[in-house]
Ligand binder design. Sequence first.
Ligand code: CP3
Length: 320
Amino acid sequence: MRQAGRALPEYREARRHGSILDSIRDPALAAEITLQPVRRYGVDAAILFSDIVVPVEALGFGVDIRPGVGPVVERPFASESDLARLRPLEPEADIPYVLETIRILRHELTAVPLIGFAGAPFTVASYLVEGGPSRDHARTKALMWGRPDLWATLLERLADVAVATLRAQVEAGAQAVQLFDSWVGALSPADYRRHVLPASARVLEGVADLGVPRIHFGVGTGELLELMAEAGADVVGVDWRVPLDRARARLGDGVAVQGNLDPVSVLAGWEVVRVRADEIVEQGGGRGHIFNLGHGVLPDSDPGVLTALVDHVHSGGAVA
Ligand code: CP3
């Protein structure tokens, strides 16, 4: 459950002061925030408290995370000269606090594994090029189509940043990795194959020898699922738009599926969530399914509903 902690009063209390980046730079606090949803809900894995823009921020690209907005970039990526602002990441020097958080967590987490993560090249590029969150990804697509060579170089650099990030996280103790390509659903399959798949495959291939499961996540990616698996994933995230049995039929037996409760359903109350969760458990099948809320928990979610959901899924739902 990504961002599971956002709905919790103990999260708001812990995050009271300063920017989220300050909390991420404080290993004791970041470890504590990572543990909060595990303690409260009894979920089966912990997801590291960090953010997909942390590595590029650490490189000095000039990224901030604004509450209620998301990542914003002071001077967006626009031309060749901006490539100089993306040197290779040296994790021990650039993001030591993330690695320290992981080391603390591996000491504290005894019952469940820790999932590390990185932003996928396309989604990180979209923030760097747009300068912030975007509805239509206009500048990103214009660069991708208008300057395909520059685009490919940008994505290759960001792929190398993601590989360095994930390798360092696993060496520090992360037991699975998730590659977040949240906004890639904006692309057609042909554009994904030509302009994105090579860079995402470079990331997933770059961590293949580590022997940890690789989860590949996107939103609105119903038409891209097979290509996301082809990029080299062991698990493919599926959002609520695609029934899991249909996703499985498209993906075959080689990969597991992750998903796919609509996070908004939690706001409609337990009865709605229970019925939907039962359908998902049934459609996901007994093997190779990680139940989650796809895009994450909305801040107004009722922790009581989420606790009931975790218990219900653990008991096998209505199909036990
Ligand atoms: O559960 C967790 O807390 C895990 C840590 C985590 C965060 N961001 C912390 C965070 C993870 C895995 C992410 C990934 C992330 N960040 C993604 C990929 C996953 C997805 O949501 O699709 C993306 C696109 C981002 C960029 C980003 N950071 C956005 C869009 C936002 C939301 C802005 C808002 O306030 O609505 C953030 C901020 C952010 N990162 C929050 C958290 C818990 C919430 C705000 C805060 O506490 O300041």
